[in-house]
Every structure is written in structure tokens, then in C-alpha cells.
Design a protein around this ligand. Sequence first.
Ligand SMILES: Cc1ncc(C[n+]2csc(CCOP(=O)(O)OP(=O)(O)O)c2C)c(N)n1
Length: 395
Amino acid sequence: MKSPKSSATDAKTTKRDQPPGPVCPLQNAAANNIRQVIDDQGKLTGDLPEPDIAPEKLLHMYETMVMVRAIDDRGWILQRSGRIEFWIPHCGLEAVHNGATLAYEDDDWIVMGYRHPGVMLLRGVPLVQLFAQFFGRDGDPFKGRRLPTLMGDRRYNIVPTTTQVGSYLPHTCGMAMAAKIKGDATNFMVMFGDGSSSRGEFHSALNFAGVHKPPVVFICENNGWAISTPQSTQTASATYAEKGDAYGVRNLVVDGNDALAVYSVVKEARDMGHDEGATLIEAVTYRMGYHTSSDNPDLYREQADVDVWVPWDPLTRLRKYLERRKLWNKKKEDALWTRCKAEISAAIKAAEAMDFPTPATMFDDTYEEQTWLLQEQKAHLLADIAELERREGQK
Ligand SMILES: Cc1ncc(C[n+]2csc(CCOP(=O)(O)OP(=O)(O)O)c2C)c(N)n1
């Protein structure tokens, strides 16, 4: 993708050729070079053809997207009522990670971000494990060491994210390059936010990808904000995708609220990865909620900016498309929401009933065999705890 020609007047116009005032860029997808399959009514009006996805697979994706939204609704309430410590909302971002995950095979590797529970669910991770992670209980493979929603599981070929934004992009290139050298057909996908594009690791990773052509799809989830930093102060480029041009990496912009479009472009990029190398995909979407439960977006954005995205809700659009194809109806929709809410309630009950990990577990998993230093520290900690408990018992 080429940058628009610059002129003196360009500086005065907004990034994606929009008139003044809030307008959802997805509304003018063609003019904005945003690849799209369906419009806000679920009609096939975009430039991309309708992808060939088996109906049961399509429905599974939609049902997972609804589950992901229901998880976000409940997670927020759990945090606000003091039952979990922290929440990173993902409302409005369901199409990017679910569409992209569906485009990959189960033995491919996904390096995920922190707003992507659908990656776990589509790979078959049980819902209760997600809630065990949110509650920091011992059913969490990370033994409660990470912030809620910082998920992953190597048993499902999902690499957990780090909160150092963008720091994991070079590692993804390394993993993919190792697979390529070994002659392994595995493919790799990495997800990150627009804020990562200002980190050095983003540029190192893209440079490596351009030169060595590892089978990686970089998915830049452009949700409009990096906490309170908007696109206009994050970059002077017209798009995040075109940064790939500088490194010789194929790139494109996709409608990130159109799960079908995301699936199509990611599938194509995945399938060409071993022959052509990496692709950088900018998925244009919007963070409808707070950055995290510690944020207050009223301090830096207008409600009108948020409202223009409402008709482009990824769930509504896909539901309308499914209804047009007679694969879905109101009765199924109501039953799905009832089922999701009930499954979430059951998972919460089961996760909250789990024990907390014991302090001794904090020394596990750093090394395959615990070093003498860690063993010594662990022994000290356990002795201190035992002494405290003995004193408490004397009171
Ligand atoms: C290297 C680094 N710098 C700063 C932060 C603090 N921080 C946490 S999230 C965040 C914004 C990230 O924005 P973006 O990459 O667009 O992802 P989003 O949260 O919008 O999904 C920042 C700056 C961090 N975690 N890591």
C-alpha cells in the first residue's frame, strides 16, 4: 500500500480522508482502502468476496464472539464489585481475534495480546480455566501470577502475552524462523495494538521479517487508542499498515469489525507465509470500553466519537449476515445469550471454589530444574510462613 501523495493541504485533512466531525472510517471502507466483506447491515458490499467457511465453523465463530462479549460484560461487573482485581475490556474487538484465529490451524502458533479471550476458546480451552486465571486460582496454568486476562497456554500452542507492549514481536519472528529452518510447516500469528508501532521491537521485527521472510502474520489491532493516545499523536503515517513498505513486508488494512474480512485476509496471508514471508495487517476497529478498569476515558475522548462505531458493532453485523443466510434467528440468538450467561455463572462458581495457589508455587516454572538459589529462597519463605503461623497460633 502506498502513502497518499503529500501536499500542503494534506496536513489539514484528517488521516483517512474523512470530513470533519466523527465518522466511522468503516463507512467509507473503499475510499479508505479498507478491505471489507459486509456492510453494517450484513450485506455483501465490500471489495472482498464472501469467504468459503463451512456453516458450522461460521456459527461456532459467531457463538464464540457472543461468549467473548458476555465474558466482558461479566468481567467488568466482577471487577467493579471487588471480586477480581483488574479487568482489561475487549468489547467491540471480537471480530479481529476470532476471525484471525479461525483462519489458523490448531497446530499453528498464536502469540496473543491481552484483549483476546476468543483465541483461547476457539482453541478449545475450557471456560472455567479462563475464570480460574481471572480469579488467580490454582486451576490457572500460570498459578495466579499474572493480571486477569493475560492468558495463554502452551498446551494449545498459544504463547501468553507480556504487558511490555510490542516486546514479543521479535520473539515471534525468531520462533517462525526456527520453524522455517527446521523445515516445519507450522505458521505463526502475533497480535498487538497500535501503540506497539512506536516501540523499537516493532521495527526490529518488521525489518527481520522483510529480510528473512519468516511465516508470520503481524496483526496490528488499531482500536483508535493506546490508553489516551489517539492515532493522530501515535503516528504521522496515514496507516499503520504502510509501515510495512519501509521494510519490504506485504501489508494491507482490513475492516477489523468484519469477522469475515479478517478471516479472509488472515487466511490468505497465513497460507502464503512459507513461500512469500510475512504480512502486516492493520485491523481497523474501536475500543468501545475503558482501556482497563483503572482508566477513565471521559477525560480524553468524546462520547460522539464512540457512538459512530455503534452501528458497526462486529456482533450485530455478523448476526445480520447469518440471518440473511437463514443460518440464524431471534430464537437462536436469545437461547445463545441465555446459554452463555449460564455457562459463565457456572464457570465463576467453579473457579471461585478453587484454592489459591500456595506461596511455594511462586518458585516453580522459571527453570525446568529449580536452581540451588531458588531452592534456598523457597526454604526461607516457607520457614518464615511457618514461624508467622506459629506466632499467630500463640495469640
Ligand atoms: C513498553 C511499555 N510501555 C508502556 C506501557 C504502559 N501501557 C500499557 S498498555 C499501553 C497502551 C497500549 O496501547 P496499544 O498497543 O494500542 O494496545 P491497546 O491497549 O489499545 O489494546 C501502555 C502505553 C507498557 N505496558 N509497556
